[in-house]
Structure formats: structure tokens, C-alpha cells
Design a protein around this ligand. Structure first.
Ligand SMILES: *[C@@H]1O[C@H](CO)[C@@H](O)[C@H](O)[C@H]1NC(C)=O
Ligand SMILES: *[C@@H]1O[C@H](CO)[C@@H](O)[C@H](O)[C@H]1NC(C)=O
Ligand SMILES: *[C@@H]1O[C@H](CO)[C@@H](O)[C@H](O)[C@H]1NC(C)=O
Ligand SMILES: *[C@@H]1O[C@H](CO)[C@@H](O)[C@H](O)[C@H]1NC(C)=O
Ligand SMILES: *[C@@H]1O[C@H](CO)[C@@H](O)[C@H](O)[C@H]1NC(C)=O
Ligand SMILES: *[C@@H]1O[C@H](CO)[C@@H](O)[C@H](O)[C@H]1NC(C)=O
Length: 451
């Protein structure tokens, strides 16, 4: 009896505690999505002092908000099932880990939750108006527009753009994470996110062939893996729900990974993904060795350089691994061949270090053309950055399964790291690659004569 009593009072304690002090993101059911929801915007405020317990604030009640600090708004997108975004908690914690700022989650789940996308997209202007009223109040309390940062996901990216326009682009920064494409593609700048909406606008496009926006929308537009299909995402509908949202959500996970600093994802400014893959875009400034833009939270390190451009827009490409921390390490494989006739084919290269760590790169996006005594520079991307490569293997393939087997006569192969140009370059001289046969060798330091 006593135990039951204790249990009940404990339950009450837990319940009242949760109800009265800490707010949580609106949870809705699929039923709500089917019948549709009316708009209700809640602002949930977190700080380093209150990391897990959100305070609900609004334009009449600012709670413990210290407006002199930087304030980051996180704005989600369309919610076809009513559930809270799975990444929200990690994004809040990640931001608070890197800076003592205000984080405000813009919970417009009532409004975004509907199975009919046009109903959600039709509410984006109204959400922007709520944010405008709130920011006006903050400004009245002494906040500065340049300290306001908005991270908008999907439809949320356009909402951030609408808010930015109402302040004539004076907000500090907007990050668009795979801004929504459907109903926004091809719209004029006033009807979508655009580079004039904040002092710095950076965008990650990870699903340009389905839910995302294809064309550039910011001062810098990052296109991971070309912006289309992301590695590790289901390629067919048999992959379940992930098939619909994995590519789209990848933009959020890439951004999150930048907060964790396990490695830095470098991007290469380029006109097209194809040029990037062909190794045409590996320098990032007038002089060799100038740093290239980086993805995510710290992308604004490049702000001044990007805004100097006319127009102030840059597209940047890079490839990623399938999972966290997503980084890939770029190398050039320079091959000089001496076959009498031109050879076309692809190269697969494997690196091994003394400890047995292995990493592989298939350079097969399009056949390379090997011409007698000409150097071909192939861009290889590896998941691991092996510092001391002890053993290399190469496979040459023409891609045809029938017909004669070809040889590639290599005069010199050279491996050089893009991220670490100071590392010794590794070479192998005089080698014959039989088609589809893995050929191992121990590299040597390249000769100074650099033949
Ligand atoms: C944390 O949030 C709760 C709930 O809104 C609030 O009552 C409390 O004062 C906050 N604490 C601090 C240190 O900001
Ligand atoms: C703002 O929040 C306060 C405290 O939670 C609440 O009493 C008030 O009704 C809210 N005002 C509006 C306009 O929502
Ligand atoms: C508000 O933030 C500023 C800047 O971080 C700090 O100097 C100040 O002490 C804070 N005020 C309060 C009341 O915490
Ligand atoms: C990344 O770094 C975080 C700490 O910042 C650590 O907890 C996590 O395990 C790391 N992940 C990987 C894949 O290295
Ligand atoms: C290589 O392998 C060793 C031993 O297994 C490991 O400690 C090290 O972290 C690995 N290095 C890389 C770059 O993966
Ligand atoms: C390189 O590694 C492979 C696989 O471990 C091994 O079979 C081969 O003998 C090695 N070659 C040299 C030259 O060390």
C-alpha cells in the first residue's frame, strides 16, 4: 500500500516537473497529417545553462533570453507524418557545444503536419511573419540583426529567406539545408531563399532531383556528391521510408558533422560536378595552397571572399563517404603512359600502410584517355587518409567484358595529396598493367628530376 502510494506520488512529481517547466517539440500523429493541422508557431528556447529544458517564449514573453548574445533559429520543414524531426535534438546540442548562444527551435509542427505538401508550403509566409514580430521585439530589447542566424531545413530555408527579405538582407546569416524544390523551383528571388536575404547565405543541396532545390540560392552553394544521390542512401523504394528522405536529410547530417569537428569537409569551387570529378577544380584562390571553402557551421570563414565576387555566388562540389564523419581525402594520381595507341579506361587504386589499413578509390565516373607520353591527372577520393603508404595496387579496366584484354604501359605513376601538398609524393616507374589484374607495388619517393 505504502509502495503504491510512493509510486503514485513519484509519478505526479515526474509529471508536474515535465509539464510545468520543460517544453518539448509538438508531437502529432499520422491521423493529424491526414486531417491536416492549423498553424501554431511555438518558439522553444535553449541555452548552455538550459540545454535540455526548453523555455517557450514569444513576442510578449522573452523569458531568460539574453538578446546581446548571438541567436540561432532552427526552422524545420514539411512534416508528412507529424513526428518531431529526428535530428532536432542533436542540432540543438551541437550548436550549444560550439558556442555560448541562444538557440531557438521554431516548432511549427502544427501547420507543417499534413500529407498535402501545398498546405504546408502555403503557410511559410505566415511563419515568417511570426518570426518577424518576434525579432522586432528582440531588436527593441537591444539585439542586433547581425547577431541573428537562421538555419532553415527544406521549407524552413525559404521561411528564413522570407524573414531575411523583411530586414533587407541585414540578418547575420542564413544556412539553407536542402531548401525545398517543389513549388519553389524556378520562382523569382522574392518568392524563395536568395543570396540577398542575409549578410551571408550558405546552402547545402543534397537531393536536387527530388525534394531539394537545384539552382544556387546563396553566396555559396555546396553540392555534396553532385547534389543528387547520396552514398549510403537506399537507391530503390525497397529501402523503405529512407528512400524518400535519406538524400534530403543528408544535408542536415553533413551540417551536424561539421559541429563535431571530427574532420573538415573541404569543397571545391567549380562550374560543374563533372569538372570537379575530372580534377579541374582543385585550387581555391589566385595562389596555390590557398585554403578551400569548408562545409557547415564554419563556412562563414569564407564570407568576405565570397561576397567580393560579382555576382556574389559560388558553387562548390565535393564527394563524401557513406557515414559520419563523411570526409574524403583527395589525391591526384598522375599517370604517364607509353602505349603506341590511345587507351581509354578507368583506374582503381588501393593504398595500404604498414599497419594494414587499406583504402580504395575507383576513378570510374568516365573513362580516362591515355595517350603516349602525355600525363593524365586523375582525382582519387579515399575514405581514409593514410600517412605512410607502404603498398599500392592499381587495376586498369576498359569496362568491356568480351574482346581482347588490353595492357596499359605506365612510364610513371605519381600519387600526391591535395590536402597535404607538403607530404612526399610517391612514385612508381615503368610498370605494365594487365587489364583487370590487380598489380601491387611498393612506391618510392619521386625523383627530384620529376620526369
Ligand atoms: C531553464 O528553463 C526553465 C523552463 O523554462 C526555466 O524555468 C528556468 O529558469 C531556466 N533556467 C535557466 C538557468 O535559464
Ligand atoms: C506568451 O507566453 C506567455 C507565457 O507563456 C503567455 O502567458 C502569453 O499568453 C503568450 N502570448 C502570446 C501572444 O502567445
Ligand atoms: C548577456 O550576454 C552578454 C554577452 O554574452 C553578457 O556579457 C551578459 O553578462 C549577459 N547578461 C546576463 C544578464 O546574463
Ligand atoms: C566525432 O566526435 C565526437 C565528439 O566530438 C565523438 O563523440 C564521436 O564518436 C566522433 N565520431 C566519429 C565517427 O569519429
Ligand atoms: C591504422 O591502423 C592502426 C592499427 O590498427 C590504427 O591505430 C590507426 O588508427 C589506423 N590509421 C588510420 C589512418 O586509419
Ligand atoms: C602488397 O599487399 C598485398 C596484399 O596484402 C600483398 O599481397 C603484396 O605482396 C604486397 N606487395 C608488396 C610489394 O609489398
Amino acid at each position: 500500500m505504502l509502495r503504491l502510494y510512493l509510486f503514485i506520488s513519484l509519478m505526479c512529481l515526474v509529471e508536474t516537473d515535465a509539464d510545468e517547466t520543460c517544453a518539448s517539440f509538438t508531437k502529432l500523429s499520422f491521423h493529424s497529417a491526414v486531417v491536416g493541422t492549423g498553424l501554431d508557431v511555438r518558439l522553444m528556447f535553449y541555452t548552455q545553462n538550459n540545454r535540455t529544458c526548453a523555455q517557450v517564449i514569444n513576442c510578449t514573453f522573452l523569458g531568460n533570453l539574453n538578446v546581446t548574445k548571438r541567436t540561432t533559429f532552427i526552422i524545420h520543414g514539411f512534416r508528412p507524418t507529424g513526428s518531431p524531426p529526428v535530428w532536432m535534438e542533436d542540432l540543438v546540442q551541437g550548436l550549444l557545444d560550439v558556442e555560448d548562444m541562444n538557440v531557438i527551435v521554431v516548432d511549427w509542427n502544427r501547420g507543417a503536419t499534413t500529407v498535402i505538401y501545398t498546405h504546408a508550403s502555403g503557410k511559410t509566409r505566415a511563419v515568417a511573419m511570426v518570426l518577424k514580430n518576434f525579432i522586432d521585439r528582440m531588436l527593441g530589447e537591444g539585439a542586433a540583426l547581425e547577431d541573428i542566424y537562421m538555419i532553415g531545413v527544406s521549407l524552413g530555408a525559404h521561411i528564413a529567406g522570407f524573414v531575411g527579405k523583411m530586414y533587407d538582407g541585414q540578418l547575420g546569416r542564413i544556412t539553407g539545408l536542402d531548401p525545398a524544390g517543389p513549388l519553389f523551383n524556378g520562382k523569382p528571388p522574392e518568392d524563395r531563399l536568395d543570396p540577398g536575404d542575409a549578410q551571408f547565405v550558405d546552402v547545402i543541396h543534397s537531393d536536387t532531383d527530388a525534394l531539394g532545390y537545384k539552382e544556387p540560392l546563396g553566396n555559396i552553394d555546396f553540392y555534396p556528391n553532385g547534389g543528387l544521390d547520396q552514398p549510403g542512401c537506399p537507391k530503390t523504394i525497397f529501402g523503405g521510408m529512407g528512400y524518400f528522405k535519406c538524400d534530403h536529410q543528408r544535408s542536415v547530417y553533413l551540417y551536424l558533422s561539421s559541429l563535431r569537428k571530427n574532420c573538415t569537409v573541404t569543397a571545391y569551387p567549380c562550374d560543374s560536378y563533372r569538372d570537379y570529378r575530372n580534377g579541374k577544380c582543385v585550387t581555391c584562390g589566385p595562389s596555390q595552397g590557398e585554403p578551400c571553402p569548408i562545409l557547415g557551421y564554419y563556412a562563414d570563414n569564407w564570407k568576405d571572399r565570397l561576397r567580393e565576387k560579382d555576382p556574389p555566388m559560388t558553387k562548390a562540389f565535393f564527394d563524401t563517404a557513406e557515414k559520419e564523419p563523411y570526409c574524403m581525402y583527395h589525391y591526384f594520381v598522375d599517370i604517364i603512359s607509353w602505349n603506341k595507341n590511345i587507351r581509354r579506361g578507368s583506374i582503381t587504386i588501393k593504398l595500404r600502410d604498414k599497419d594494414g589499413n587499406t583504402t580504395e578509390s575507383k576513378i570510374n565516373h568516365e573513362p580516362a584517355t591515355f595517350q603516349k607520353y602525355h600525363q593524365v591527372s586523375l582525382l582519387a577520393r579515399f575514405n581514409q587518409d593514410l600517412e605512410r603508404v607502404a603498398n599500392i595496387s592499381l587495376v586498369f579496366s576498359t569496362g568491356s567484358v568480351i574482346g581482347p584484354k588490353y595492357k596499359l604501359r605506365v612510364l610513371r605513376m605519381k600519387l600526391r595529396s591535395l590536402a597535404h601538398p607538403d607530404r612526399p609524393q610517391l612514385c612508381r616507374y615503368d610498370l605494365v598493367l594487365m587489364e583487370n589484374v590487380e598489380t601491387f607495388f611498393r612506391p618510392v619517393l619521386c625523383s627530384r628530376l620529376n620526369m
